[in-house]
Design a protein around this ligand. Structure first.
Ligand SMILES: Nc1ncnc2c1ncn2[C@@H]1O[C@H](COP(=O)(O)OP(=O)(O)OP(=O)(O)O)[C@@H](O)[C@H]1O
Ligand SMILES: [Mg+2]
Length: 232
């Protein structure tokens, strides 16, 4: 089943007299439970595309349907609601709150959803267990390695049980070995039925996906099934 369906998506930025077509004519369908890697040179529109998919930003043209919701037609508040329900984000630099311990960071999306303390505790501990960091739940971000911080960020992304994980350069700040651990975690989540869409510069990281989409100057220039590392 298609969970993401874009037709002729455009994103035009206007800065004074200058216009940048960050995305043009992007038509893209992603099925439930796919693991997709998006590649392309710097400035090719990868982050812009991920932000539109994740309802952090709106397209300026085309139609976008996310899990049966026509996003272009939704109000901002409805769009945020859909985002909170369906999407978990992972970023290159983790985006953890520095003064909160791992467990508190993981609880944040649940606070937005108005879930009570007892249930929040349970869900946050389960999510940290899933990423192998239950024993670090009282640590601050500064007391953890980069790889551990990214695993906390992944726990935060999955704690509300979203259908889709969107990751923008999730291994960009990590060494090769640690990056591989993060990819193994993504594969585990993908097998537990989460759809994953990641942006990466690195071929060896893209290879973990079962499909690789390449962007150039805001357009999809290739979209191929990848036989690569599916079975690690
Ligand atoms: N807020 C903005 N205002 C104006 N132009 C923007 C804005 N955000 C991005 N752009 C432009 O849109 C194009 C695509 O940017 P984007 O950040 O999506 O690229 P990217 O593929 O993620 O690059 P990188 O690999 O460097 O992260 C670039 O030309 C960029 O300058
Ligand atoms: Mg980017």
């Amino acid at each position: 089943m298609e969970i993401i369906k874009m037709e002729n998506i455009a994103k035009l930025y206007k800065l004074g007299q200058v216009q940048v077509e960050a995305l043009k004519n992007v038509s893209l369908s992603i099925n439930d439970k796919e693991f997709v890697s998006i590649m392309g040179p710097s400035g090719s529109g990868k982050s812009t595309l991920l932000n539109v998919i994740g309802c952090l930003d709106r397209a300026t043209g085309g139609t976008y349907e996310l899990a049966g919701n026509f996003v272009d037609k939704l109000s901002d508040s409805k769009m945020s609601e859909i985002r909170n329900m369906f999407i978990g984000f992972v970023f290159q630099n983790f985006h953890l709150l520095p003064r909160m311990n791992a467990k508190k960071n993981v609880e944040i999306p649940l606070i937005y959803r108005g879930i009570n303390t007892k249930r929040r505790n349970e869900l946050a501990e389960n999510a940290l267990e899933m990423v192998g960091l239950k024993d670090r739940m009282h640590h601050l971000p500064s007391q953890m390695s980069g790889g551990q911080q990214q695993r906390v960020a992944i726990a935060r992304a999955i704690v509300g049980n979203p259908s889709i994980i969107l990751a923008d350069e999730p291994t960009g700040a990590l060494d090769t070995k640690t990056g591989e651990l993060i990819m193994e975690l993504f594969i585990k989540l993908n097998r537990k039925s989460m759809t994953i869409v990641q942006v990466t510069h690195a071929e060896e990281i893209a290879e973990y996906g079962s499909r690789i989409i390449r962007l150039m100057d805001g357009e999809i220039v290739s979209d191929e099934i990848n036989g690569g590392k599916i079975n690690v």
